[in-house]
Design a protein around this ligand. Structure first.
Ligand code: NI
Length: 225
């Protein structure tokens, strides 16, 4: 499932976060690429331990943990600290797959189930820079408004097209979900959305409690905590 999460950050909070990121110290993105990625990766990044990256990353994660759409769709167990990248002057990232295991700052290893890309710049500020995701149902091109984020399975092959004007400024990170399997996670998400729609239309309907019970019983069957 590929899902856009709108308005993760908005207004003054988004503008302040962007200004901090833009003023930080950018380094060659190949520093953090594996041997597969290094051949096709051409961008700039903030160092993993950059204080600005830490601060804005924590702000982003805090906003996501309060975002009902994100929580319902991702069912996050561990979220890696967000990283930040910038593409300009024709920079691009060719087709690759994200590494399956990554290490948290405390040394714990987590499995990457979902990849996240958060957009700081508006689409009209730059040409190119589409995130191309090869999904089971075909190829999808993603370029979202500033403050929005896309969530997609880390199993997918993906790339970023060359940025030929302006700069594409994003945060990207991974998470381990309580539900490893993308299809099961999609079923739970659809069910949660459906239950909430029925609850809004028929408040107090006893079927809502019953279906909520089914939702939690499926989660109990499938979740890793
Ligand atoms: Ni990637």
């Amino acid at each position: 499932m590929i899902l856009a999460i709108p308005d993760v950050l908005t207004g003054a909070a988004l503008a302040a976060a962007r200004a901090k990121i833009e003023g930080a110290s950018w380094i060659d993105g190949r520093a953090t690429a594996g041997h597969q990625g290094a051949r096709v990766k051409d961008n700039q990044q903030l160092a993993v331990d950059d204080p600005v990256a830490r601060e804005v990353g924590a702000q982003l994660v805090a906003a996501l943990q309060k975002n009902p759409l994100f929580v319902s769709a991702a069912l996050p167990l561990h979220i890696l600290p967000p990283m930040f990248n910038r593409y300009s002057g024709g920079q691009t990232f060719g087709t690759h797959v994200d590494g399956s295991i990554r290490t948290m700052p405390d040394g714990r290893r987590i499995r990457t189930d979902l990849s996240c890309t958060f957009f700081f710049a508006e689409p009209e500020e730059y040409d190119g820079g589409e995130l191309i995701i090869e999904d089971t149902y075909g190829t999808k091109s993603v370029k979202l408004p500033a403050g929005h984020m896309v969530l997609y399975p880390s199993t997918s092959l993906h790339s970023v097209t060359p940025v030929t004007r302006g700069a594409r400024l994003c945060s990207f990170f991974w998470l381990q979900s309580m539900i490893r399997d993308d299809a099961r996670r999609a079923i739970l998400f659809e069910m949660d959305v459906g239950i909430q729609r029925v609850a809004a239309d028929s408040p107090g309907h006893p079927g809502v409690v019953q279906l909520t019970g089914v939702y939690h019983n499926l989660l109990r069957q499938w979740a890793e905590t």
